[in-house]
Design a protein around this ligand. Structure first.
Ligand code: DC
Length: 234
């Protein structure tokens, strides 16, 4: 069975990771949350007082940063490790969310992350979510999805996620963070967030998680079918 690459991009907190994870499980593909990688870099910058505007400090830090993903033995989730330490909970906290978009504007940071993402996905059979997967990381991906949803819906989902992890954040602060990240992600010079020309737009404001997952799996099955036919014709 030929394997494809599924690239899932879109705005902050619109359910990309939840969808990508479940799609990967149904397809028996690997799943990579690239936002977690930028969050891990940001955490390192916070912990080591690295200024993202100082190129020498940034390069030295990048040489010292090793990011990996490991399956949690009990929950089965794919946890993010920074230099051997599980940082899955820490990188989701508000102080990291507040700084991550600025760190993600730095060209050296992006080049290092993109190179690692391309290595991780080179054998296909992967679902990757982020902001530049269909445009920069895997422009040849067989299936590209661009997700969006209403900002209030996104803010409430994000607030619930934070609460489930014990962080109580007011809705205004959550909305402000989402709007700020969307603005920086869309307007940065280096690989800004935009919908690839051949990406399929999914607005999930009124969709359940199951509906989104079913839709993406159906589209992936179609693309796998096309890959089979291409192989037969060759
Ligand atoms: O998906 P997320 O909200 O966890 O991502 C956190 C930030 O990382 C997001 O605001 C922008 C940045 N990011 C990026 O620039 N490129 C990606 N491929 C993924 C995330």
């Amino acid at each position: 069975m030929p394997k494809i690459t599924v690239a899932l991009d879109g705005y902050s907190s619109c359910g990309k990771s939840t969808t990508a994870k479940l799609v990967a499980r149904q397809l028996h593909y690997a799943y990579i949350d690239t936002g977690a990688m930028y969050r891990a870099v940001t955490l390192y910058f916070c912990q080591n007082h690295i200024s993202h505007t100082n190129p020498r400090e940034v390069q030295k830090a990048l040489d010292e940063i090793h990011i990996s993903f490991r399956r949690h033995p009990e929950s089965g989730s794919n946890d993010t490790f920074l230099n051997g330490l599980n940082v899955e909970d820490e990188i989701r906290k508000m102080y990291v969310s507040d700084r991550v978009s600025e760190v993600s504007t730095v060209a050296e940071v992006r080049h290092a992350m993109v190179a690692q993402q391309q290595r991780m996905g080179k054998s296909k059979g992967i679902v990757m979510d982020g902001r530049d997967i269909g445009t920069v990381v895997f422009p040849q991906a067989e299936l590209k999805i661009f997700m969006t949803s209403d900002v209030m819906v996104r803010a409430h989902r994000r607030q619930e996620e934070l609460l489930a992890k014990g962080e109580l954040v007011g809705i205004e602060e959550v909305i402000e963070n989402i709007r700020k990240r969307d603005y920086i992600d869309t307007n940065r010079t280096e690989s800004p967030l935009r919908q690839a020309e051949d990406a399929i737009l999914i607005d999930n404001t009124l969709m359940t998680v199951d509906e989104q997952v079913d839709l993406v799996v159906r589209l992936a099955d179609e693309r796998i079918g096309q890959a089979i036919r291409r192989r037969e014709e060759a």
